[in-house]
Design a protein around this ligand. Structure first.
Ligand code: DGL
Length: 421
């Protein structure tokens, strides 16, 4: 019975995603909300000069952008694997979008709102594909944002719930746009690590509820003829927020990390594994920013004799960001959409956008700090394309929590520089 209602919910969510796909088709001039100009990709030579879009539910995906900006895993001329001292995407430019007003994406599934989450994720892609964005000041959107030739879903939760919708939509719209998500790349990294011990996934509640990582890792290892070890996962509703310095999570990052690591180790132990937990997948874009705290938590827990045999002495961490960057390189090269040395993108430098509440829209509810009210946020339903409660504006440091700005400055230097510092 439970399976039947879950299947029904999935079918309803798919129908809602299809509504947005149809709305886009019906507004091919790209002027109204949630639409794009269908003619943006007709000149195949011009497509190569478009930027690459990267999106996340907030600023966590900047860890993926950092990997994209720094990647040097290929020879830029021969395209063969191996570093050549030149960033692999030297010629490319990126548009980053963080849907901060609607985050955390990881908590929509717990309140049965994956239908709305799936629509939000598809809207993120539509925004990147379109030209419509809000200028820094002013109430009306303008149409000067370049469309993109590829979309990187730099969010695990968005990949779990939206990758298939976006791939299907791109096919329906018949546009030559590449779509890359972090989960398949993360699973490939697990395979490449050649570790034989157990696997632990740390991610959001939503990502874990979807079981996308256990499923994708099992099939990736299985296809390569490798034994699938015990895989345990732990979904956190707090760690990403704490890393961002959100005041709703007052404890230290170390304290939240300890709680999640203990729960993961307990879940792993419950599987009665024969080998200790060795590979930890940082299955939320924020977690690479707290890798030290997470590893310290494992080391501390291992001092407890109850966990000594459960946790490997040396853990190996998988950050799907770098594998995602390699995947994008291969896909751009395969589709002949990569800019060659000497060529340049239509955009001179990176652009960053963030969603903020559209306070002028009647009917939206805000909390004291000006963000969307929590109850309002999770009570919305899909299918209202003439109603915009958020707007996508250029990301400036004053729009993000101070802690997040400091994290970017300290831990993501290439992004910090691209932001103009
Ligand atoms: N960026 C999300 C992820 O990687 C985590 C934050 C959120 O829940 O929105 O899953």
């Amino acid at each position: 019975m439970k399976t039947l209602s879950a299947l029904l919910l999935l079918a309803v969510a798919a129908a809602h995603a299809a509504d947005l796909v149809e709305h886009v088709k019906a507004n091919a001039d790209g002027r109204p909300a949630f639409s794009f100009d269908a003619g943006s990709w007709t000149d195949t030579e011009a497509v190569r000069h478009l930027p690459v879009g990267v999106f996340d539910s907030g600023i966590g995906g900047l860890t993926v952008l950092e990997a994209l900006l720094n990647l040097d895993s290929f020879h830029n001329d021969t395209l063969e694997p191996g570093a050549d001292g030149l960033p692999d995407f030297a010629q490319e430019r990126f548009i980053y979008f963080g849907d901060q007003a609607n985050m955390p994406y990881g908590n929509y599934s717990a309140v049965n709102r994956t239908d709305y989450l799936r629509e939000l994720i598809l809207k993120d892609a539509v925004f990147l594909l379109g030209r419509r964005a809000w200028p820094a000041k002013g109430q009306e959107p303008t149409y000067d944002k370049p469309p993109v030739k590829a979309i990187v879903i730099a969010c695990n939760t968005a990949t779990a719930y939206g990758l298939e919708d976006i791939r299907k939509a791109v096919e329906t719209w018949k546009i030559p746009v590449i779509v890359v998500g972090v989960v398949e790349a993360g699973a490939r990294s697990v395979l490449e690590s050649r570790n034989t011990g157990g696997i632990g996934i740390l991610a959001t509640v939503g990502t874990c509820a979807s079981r996308v990582y256990p499923r994708t890792i099992s099939s990736t290892l299985g296809r390569a003829g490798q034994r699938v070890p015990v895989i345990a996962q732990q979904g956190s509703a707090t760690l990403a927020g704490a890393i961002e310095g959100d005041a709703a999570f007052p404890d230290s990052v170390s304290a939240y990390a300890m709680k999640e690591v203990r729960a993961l180790a307990e879940a792993y132990r419950a599987e009665k594994p024969e080998t200790p937990l060795q590979t930890i997948v940082l299955g939320c874009t924020h977690y690479p920013l707290a890798k030290e705290e997470i590893d310290t938590a494992f080391a501390t827990l291992r001092q407890d004799s109850a966990f000594r045999d459960i946790i490997a002495e040396r853990r190996s961490f998988v950050n799907p960001a770098e594998a995602t960057a390699r995947e994008l390189f291969r896909e751009l090269a395969r589709s002949k959409l990569r800019l060659k040395p000497g060529e340049s993108c239509v955009m001179e430098r990176e652009r960053f956008y963030l969603s903020v509440p559209r306070v002028e829209e009647v009917g939206i509810q805000l909390s004291g700090d000006g963000s969307l009210d929590k109850d309002y946020k999770y009570s919305r339903s899909p299918g209202h394309f003439d109603f915009e409660d958020t707007k996508n504006v250029p990301l400036t440091v004053d729009l993000i929590p101070k802690n997040s700005a400091n994290l970017i400055k300290d831990k993501l230097p290439a992004v910090w520089k691209a932001l103009g510092h």
